[in-house]
Design a protein around this ligand. Structure first.
Ligand code: ME8
Length: 494
């Protein structure tokens, strides 16, 4: 099966920061889980380069537009590279192939009778590139809303209200977590959707509306269309294979665009809609959202990962708060969590196993049949729970399950004191059970801490690749390599 996972395409108006890295890391976590489940995965990201916000940023910087967006876009692409995040497709909205797919999308909506010309009068936040019906200031950026009055093309969004409600109610995993799903349902059931203004005449920095060069497309139509154009023309094989299996990872700030406008646009164009929209909350610093408009909140993902590794950062994000809720970033807590969970709980567990093996059976041994053992039964129950959590995108719960297994095994070793067991069958059977659960554990942790898990699998002499289908499968060759520190403690001074 194919799986298409996306991050937002980030605005090329400024440099990337920890907030962008958060969503992209969540997307890589889902990617690894899908791969473990034998899916062929495409992870797509990119940059959003049109619209007034970008135009104004380039003017402020006094750099020609194309040069400006190219430099910002390169910063995003190189950040993902330096964090070694596996992005397969990186699409820029200024790319020619993107423009032709976006025009195709528009023409399909128009052919369906869903686009008409009218007059827009209302409020707008350039920072959000979003229309508002009331209020003086933008609720996110706290800047005054601007009054706009211009000729505009409209999309018949209102025609899709009931279909949206029905779809969300009928598909538990369409918007996750549930708090975010309820938020969208409340918006749809308590308000009447208005048609959406989808073109502008007050800027030329965008994709021209087909057949009317006076207008450029509203930047959000252009941006959302990247999810399609990344895969190729709408009639291409890759598009047909991957698009019907799409998961979008986003932050809560852009939920309405993804969960209300986007499905309606896709239905209008005769396309299927994504399986799931996985929403993260905001990362804040002392309560303030990390944002490029608030320089004091900016944290450098590269510096942080040099300190705690990419595994450490993702583990902290997932462990600290249920996905979808806000997380106030604390460096001291990040270091504590990483030391306690990764260096101590996980690192020591594998070190204890390999220490025992090196002491008693450095050459390994064979146990053909799986022994009956209470620890194995308990781990099997937790593995089931983990799978259930991952399938419902409860990443925090799944990562807690992973740690619970590690704690359980650590405690079992303490209780059993295997070094006191008589050498021979009893000790071999216990070490074989340990090997079995550590092998399962090194698969279950793959979505969250892949580098660490690869080292763990190396230490117990198991295959490099983590596969869900290997979980619980008995492996008779029990071995280990020399004990090594697979996750060194992080010092506070770094
Ligand atoms: O909205 N906490 O781009 P953008 C958590 N171009 N996540 C954060 C964050 C924070 N403090 N700050 C940013 C856009 N993010 C549009 C998207 S998609 C078709 C177009 C993450 O550069 C989060 O995923 O403002 C958020 O939704 C996204 O970056 C916004 O990035």
């Amino acid at each position: 099966m194919k799986r298409h996972i996306t991050t937002p395409i980030y605005y090329a108006s400024g440099s990337p920061h920890l907030g962008h890295a958060y969503t992209t890391l969540v997307a890589t976590c889902l990617r690894r889980y899908a791969e473990m489940d034998d899916h062929e995965v495409i992870l797509a990201s990119g940059t959003d380069e049109h619209g007034q916000k970008i135009e104004q940023a380039a003017t402020r910087a006094d750099v020609p537009l194309l040069k400006f967006v190219e430099a910002r876009s390169n910063e995003f692409a190189s950040l993902w590279q330096s964090l070694a995040l596996p992005i397969d497709l990186f699409t820029r909205t200024t790319a020619a192939h993107h423009q032709s797919v976006t025009v195709d999308l528009w023409q399909r909506m128009a052919a369906n009778g869903d686009i008409y010309k009218g007059h827009y009068e209302g409020l707008y936040c350039v920072e959000c590139e979003e229309y508002f019906t009331s209020g003086e200031n933008c609720p996110v950026h706290r800047v005054p809303l601007q009054k706009f009055a211009e000729e505009s093309y409209f999309f018949r969004l209102s025609a899709y209200q009931q279909r949206l409600i029905d779809h969300i109610k009928g598909h538990q995993n369409f918007i996750v977590p549930i708090a975010r799903r309820n938020e969208v349902l409340a918006l749809l059931t308590e308000n009447t959707l208005r048609d959406l203004s989808i073109s502008r005449t007050s800027t030329t920095w965008g994709i021209p509306v087909p057949g009317d060069n006076q207008h450029v497309m509203y930047v959000w139509i252009d941006a959302l269309a990247t999810y399609l154009s990344a895969l190729g023309p709408l009639n291409s094989d890759r598009f047909a294979e991957y698009w019907p299996n799409t998961i979008h990872c986003i932050g809560k700030d852009i939920l309405t665009f993804h969960a209300v406008y986007w499905p309606a646009i896709l239905w209008s164009a005769g396309l299927t809609i994504p399986d799931s929209i996985v929403v993260n909350g905001w990362l804040t610093v002392e309560g303030r959202k990390i944002a490029k408009s608030d320089p004091a909140t900016i944290l450098d993902p590269v510096e942080l990962t040099e300190c705690v590794t990419v595994d450490g950062l993702l583990h902290y994000f997932l462990k600290s708060v249920n996905l979808g809720h806000d997380l106030d970033f604390r460096r001291d807590i990040l270091i504590d969590v990483v030391n306690t969970d990764l260096a101590n709980t996980i690192g020591n567990l594998y070190a204890r196993y390999s220490g025992l093996m090196q002491r008693f059976y450095p050459g390994g041994f064979v146990v053909e049949a799986q022994p009956k053992n209470r620890l194995l039964d308990e781990v099997a129950v937790l593995s089931e729970q983990y799978l259930h959590d991952m399938e419902s995108f409860s990443l925090t719960q799944a990562s807690k399950c992973f740690l619970r297994i590690a704690n359980l095994v650590n405690k079992d070793i303490q209780d059993v004191e295997p070094w006191r067991l008589p050498e021979g069958e009893a000790l071999q059977q216990y070490l074989a059970c340990l090997h079995h659960v550590l092998r399962d554990l090194a698969i279950l942790g793959e979505p969250f801490v892949p580098v660490l898990m690869q080292k763990a699998r190396g230490l117990i002499g198991s295959p490099e690749v983590a596969r869900l289908s290997d979980i619980g499968v008995w492996q008779p060759h029990i071995c280990s390599t020399e004990s090594e520190v697979i996750f060194p403690r992080v010092e506070y001074s770094t």
